[in-house]
Ligand binder design. Structure first.
Ligand code: MN
Length: 753
């Protein structure tokens, strides 16, 4: 009994101490000192969650306090958001309602808590619906109050920081969803620090060994980097001191996840990543009006010390990113010949970069700069996508993601107005960004006065004039030319609308034709016969073709329908055209969006993948071809089949985000009995006998079966792919290492195919 009491007292102390820290942090901000309402929110949440524990064993209230701290310290929001963060799980997890919150804390906090409650499903609850749907809801609340999203991101960050206490299958789901949705979202809102941490944490859970490996290499090379940093910045200090500026210089080390990403995409080892270190110069301007000039003055000063890379000046100072990010990026050559990126920004710009757009707005309220519109524009785009009903939730996710990931370029209208567009935008994207009407009647464009096709990719600084014609209409292949989410959504919507109209017209035309030709067969049978005759996949396609006049009904069709049936009856039934089959497709897509939960497999279990089971029970995914030793997970499909995917497989990423509750944690339990096909990419210096060297290593030394070997040489460099049979990842490692022992072979790495 005594022991229990002590434990309770200790917990109470822990809770109070955590809350006191939150209050202290808050009092150190520039916000109004509304301690009373924050204390009230804490007391309310504390008694509401009383006695409830998290999976880690901690009292539940520690979670809302931690989320409130993130909201306060890392996003820089004020008392309304802190209160909402403290209360964010009250309505979801206790008997209190949104009305209760409204009565005690007023409508604003209640509205935010309501928004957070609506999107809370699927994170801790087992009643997880398709995550795509949740995400859609999340974005919808963004229009009500952006703070809902910011608090949601803080909630996710804390859940990721404490992910270790969750079950493994939940870990993959949450980590996958974080990488797929939350990190890009944080990035888009300018929360760069949070985005990086979310990525690193996700990576840590999905690929623990690689994470540890990179971390170890980073700490091994830390001293080297420190020296490089000191050598590089010493002359900079001297010159900046002469300018009489108040400034600080900090080192930025590339994140574990971005290092891994680069290793994967560039097929290079850790040792060949040369941009691990970046340098940041943060200064206090003499005069706020002068901060832009100060940036360029610093740039001029340091490029007198080190040679700047001519193509790598990024001016986000004169043209801030849509999320408010401002800085001048330059790349300079250090004394040892290495290129180093230097980011120049004022303290104000730095705060915006770290805390994202919340800080941006804080400054704007006082400052009143005129770039207010960019984020609003982005929000409007999201809203347009949301307003357009998409048949498939997964398509929708892709559309949104397109928009989240894009970085930006600047292009000019003929009148010299500046427009921000996502990178890789085409002339067609630009046309749609001006107006839907301009987009849909666009026939071409002039870029810097030269005529280009609609698919032409724009570059920063281009001047773009769109040419239109009244007779032009949206073409199906435009979906391939458009890269922005909003243009794609608009094109798809117009095409869908036209298709529907044509289908309806086709129905009417077929009806008229059957009447005129006195065909006695039922319409459904006629459609089926014509569909087969013209090789259409669905009745709808046939009707659309009739409607858009690409199929004209004539004698051939008449004969087909009248054949063997010289009937004299004229009977016209009501037309069930399309109707029946259309309902079916909608039904199907509904099923695709919301899986039926009938499988019996216990998803909380960690399944051992034995060789025997791999041959009988489980299927290796066709998309990513995992082999024993890869970081994998299982996914139970509609038929109860378990499919094994690599954890970083893009298909698996979607599955994790959309059907997280069907994810199963797996571990390998194989003993080199089965063989699997893998591809190894090799590159190096061409030489007589290189082919022999390669086969020597693989077949003779390692006794591995080569299935295919394909090598091309060009200008003294050879490049190629080997397809071979291996047992597991260790075999692949041994082969690659042995190949690389040959000095002529510079790259040997496994690729997807
Ligand atoms: Mn929560």
């Amino acid at each position: 009994m005594d022991e229990l009491n002590t434990k309770e007292i200790n917990e109470e102390e822990m809770i109070n101490q955590a809350f006191q820290e939150l209050l202290d942090d808050y009092l150190h901000t520039k916000h109004r000192k509304r301690v009373e309402i924050i204390t009230k929110a804490f007391n309310f949440a504390n008694q509401a969650h009383k006695g409830i524990k998290r999976r880690s064993g901690e009292p539940y209230i520690m979670h809302p306090i931690a989320v409130a701290k993130i909201v306060c310290n890392e996003i820089g929001l004020g008392s309304t958001s802190i209160c909402s963060a403290l209360l964010h799980d009250v309505v979801e997890d206790t008997d209190y309602t949104v009305e209760d919150i409204e009565n005690i804390f007023g409508p604003k906090i209640a509205q935010i808590v309501d928004g957070l409650t609506k999107i809370s499903g699927g994170i801790f609850g087992d009643h997880a619906s398709a995550q795509a749907e949740n995400f859609k809801k999340l974005l919808l609340t963004m229009n009500d109050d952006i703070r809902v999203i910011l608090i949601k991101i803080a909630d996710r960050l804390h859940n990721m920081r404490t992910l270790g206490s969750m079950l493994p299958n939940k870990q993959y789901k949450i980590a996958g969803e974080t990488l797929y949705i939350y990190a890009p979202l944080a990035n888009r809102l300018g929360l760069y620090k949070i985005k990086t941490e979310l990525e690193d944490l996700s990576f840590k859970y999905e690929h623990p060994e690689e994470y540890a490996e990179i971390e170890a290499k980073l700490s091994e090379t830390a001293a080297e980097r420190d020296k490089l940093f000191n050598d590089f910045t010493t002359p900079i200090h001297t010159q900046l001191d002469k300018m009489g500026l108040k400034y600080r210089i900090i080192a930025r080390v590339k994140s574990v996840y971005s290092i891994w990403n680069k290793m994967q995409t560039k097929h290079v080892p850790f040792e060949e990543i040369y941009d691990l270190l970046a340098v940041r110069i943060i200064f206090d301007p003499h005069d706020p009006e002068e901060e832009l000039n100060d940036c360029f003055d610093i740039y001029v000063t340091i490029s007198k010390i080190y040679k700047p890379h001519p193509d790598r000046l990024r001016d986000w100072v004169s043209h801030p990113k849509a999320n408010g990010y401002q800085a001048l990026h330059v790349t300079l050559m250090a004394a040892n010949g290495q290129w180093i990126e230097v980011q120049i920004r004022s303290e104000r710009m730095n705060e915006v970069a770290e805390q994202g757009f919340a800080a941006h707005w804080k400054y704007k309220e006082g400052g009143g700069s005129e770039d207010e519109g960019e984020l609003d524009k982005w929000l409007k785009t999201i809203k347009e996508i949301l307003d357009d009903p998409q048949p498939d939730a997964i398509d929708f996710l892709d559309t949104i993601k397109l928009n989240l990931f894009a970085s930006e370029i600047f292009v000019f209208t003929p009148k010299g107005d500046l427009k921000t567009m996502p990178q890789n935008s085409t002339a067609l994207d630009f046309a749609f960004s001006l107006h839907t009407d301009i987009g849909s009647h666009c026939i071409g464009a002039k870029v810097n006065h030269r005529l280009v096709p609609l698919s032409h990719k724009l570059q920063s600084g281009d001047q773009v004039e769109i040419l239109t014609s009244k007779s032009q209409r949206v073409q199906p292949q435009w979906e391939l030319f458009a890269t922005t989410a909003s243009a794609r959504a608009k094109i798809a919507a117009i095409l869908r609308k036209e298709r529907k109209a044509n289908q309806k017209l086709g129905e009417e035309m077929l009806n008229d034709f059957l009447q005129k030709e006195e065909i006695a067969l039922s319409p459904a049978i006629c459609i089926e016969k014509l569909r087969k005759m013209h090789n259409f996949h669905t009745p709808d396609e046939l009707l659309v073709a009739i409607g858009d006049k690409s199929l004209v009904l004539g004698d051939a069709e008449k004969n087909e329908l009248k054949e063997k049936r010289p009937g004299t009856w004229k009977r016209y039934l009501s037309f069930p055209f399309g109707g029946g089959s259309k309902e079916k497709t909608e039904e199907e897509s509904k099923n695709a969006g919301q899986p039926q939960e009938k499988e019996k497999i216990d998803t909380q279990e960690v399944i051992k993948l034995t060789e025997e089971d791999l041959q009988t029970k489980y299927t290796m995914a066709d998309c990513c071809h995992p082999i024993p030793g890869d970081d994998v997970l299982g996914y139970t499909d509609e038929n109860g089949q378990i499919i094994i995917h690599k954890r970083q497989c893009p298909v698996a990423a979607k599955l994790k985000s959309s059907y997280g509750n069907r994810i199963i944690a797996t571990v390998w339990d194989t003993h080199k009995q089965l063989s699997f096909l893998v591809y190894i990419y090799i590159k190096g210096i061409d030489d007589v006998g290189i082919l022999n060297d390669i086969t020597q290593v693989i077949s003779r030394q390692l006794n591995v079966n080569i299935r295919k070997l394909n090598i091309e040489t060009d200008d003294g460099i050879f490049e190629g792919k080997i397809q071979l049979w291996v047992h597991d990842v260790n075999d692949v490692k041994t082969i690659c290492n042995n190949l690389k022992k040959n000095k002529k072979i510079q790259v040997a790495t496994r690729v997807e195919g």
